[in-house]
Design a protein around this ligand. Structure first.
Ligand SMILES: NC(=O)c1ccc[n+]([C@@H]2O[C@H](COP(=O)([O-])OP(=O)(O)OC[C@H]3O[C@@H](n4cnc5c(N)ncnc54)[C@H](OP(=O)(O)O)[C@@H]3O)[C@@H](O)[C@H]2O)c1
Length: 330
């Protein structure tokens, strides 16, 4: 698989990564299966995927345990990316950016992942109670201690509330400018897909100008941009799509032209709809690595194959001409 470089630390990974979240979090629990997830990680590595993205809050904790189990004997083949800074409580998810907490969280992640170094350690969300420089400083000490190779920041989503008139990632860019003064940022993780292109406006150019890599989260639009979901099919109550405004029967039907447009290109190229959606993300810059989530081996292998699908100008123009997706959080 084509190699891409992650930011300041110059670490090489396969162009397509694997998001491990759906194996333990976010999507319906009835569909999860530990052994199948382990096989999925192995299939992805066999297909040339290197970057595995997890977080301590996925599960919580069980996703890191699963990834650690899957990497037994294969650690050297993977680029391990995890996150700290969000705690799952009974009712709410809260940020914790206190330095002492960050140090403990890293040690706990290392234990669960059964490794002595994390390749990319990301701050999941800044803690509004702690200056982000303090949190980032503690993370930088983990690099000095050899527990972590590089640091990343997860952006607050494009759909989060923002100051009127400000770009969708203006708050993230302010945070990035502050933490860059403390220690180099190697990667930013942000939602980026055909139906969520907002990061192209400011965030991607900001990263490209500074040699910062981009991990494109939710590059398949939570599965919608694969063409395998049917309007009105419904989702189990514990599936994030049961509350997502783009996954009501009405909006899933309204957004079908987006899938139809991707399908036309897929048929022309002999690729799948998901591969075209990922190939579009890959075309947004050599510093971008999509991390499609999958818990099935078949999907992981298919998604890895997107690295071989190269879209031309006509394909890109057709995607640019698709109607903007409908269904928003506002
Ligand atoms: N930083 C953040 O705040 C944040 C937030 C969300 C996600 N993320 C990261 O981004 C990663 C990806 O996001 P995501 O998993 O939520 O969304 P996604 O990658 O857009 O979509 C994942 C969904 O698509 C399905 N799928 C994957 N490949 C497919 C294929 N080829 N054909 C048909 N269906 C396919 C998966 O099904 P199965 O699960 O059934 O295999 C899963 O339901 C996560 O794993 C996580 O690492 C980060």
């Amino acid at each position: 698989m084509e190699r891409r470089t992650i930011g300041a630390a110059g670490l090489a990974v396969g162009a397509v990564g694997l998001g491990c979240m759906p194996m333990s979090w976010g999507y319906s629990a009835s569909q999860r299966h530990g052994d199948r997830s382990v096989r999925t990680v192995h299939a992805a590595l066999d297909a040339g995927v290197r970057l595995l993205d997890t977080a301590d809050m996925y599960g919580p904790f069980t996703n890191e345990l699963l990834v650690g189990r899957a990497l037994k004997g294969r650690r050297s083949e993977a680029f391990l990316s995890t996150k700290c800074g969000l705690l799952v409580g009974d009712q709410h998810i809260v940020a914790n950016g206190r330095p002492g907490y960050v140090r403990r969280a890293c040690d706990a992640s290392l234990r669960r992942l059964q490794t002595d170094v994390i390749d990319l350690y990301q701050l999941h969300r800044a803690d509004p109670e702690v200056p982000v420089e303090e949190t980032w400083g503690a993370m930088a000490e983990l690099v000095t201690a050899g527990k972590v190779r590089s640091l990343g920041l997860c952006a607050v989503g494009a759909h989060a509330p923002r100051r009127s008139g400000a770009g969708p990632f203006a708050g993230t860019i302010r945070q990035l400018e502050r933490i860059q003064q403390v220690f180099p940022v190697s990667a930013v993780q942000a939602e980026l897909s055909v139906w969520a292109p907002e990061a192209l406006e400011e965030l991607l150019p900001w990263c490209a100008a500074r040699g910062v890599g981009v991990l494109a989260a939710m590059p398949l639009g939570n599965g919608y941009l694969t063409g395998t979901l049917k309007p009105g099919q419904g989702f189990e109550p514990d599936d994030l799509r049961a509350r997502h405004p783009r996954f009501t029967a009405e909006m899933m039907a309204a957004n079908q032209p987006v899938v139809a447009g991707l399908r036309r290109i897929a048929e022309r190229r002999g690729a799948s709809v998901a591969q075209v959606a990922l190939a579009w993300v890959l075309r947004q810059g050599p510093h971008v690595v999509p991390v499609p989530g999958a818990k099935r081996e078949r999907w992981a292998v298919e998604n890895a194959g997107a690295a071989d699908v190269v879209l031309d100008d006509r394909d890109l123009a057709e995607i640019a001409g698709l109607p903007p997706a409908r269904g928003s959080w506002d």
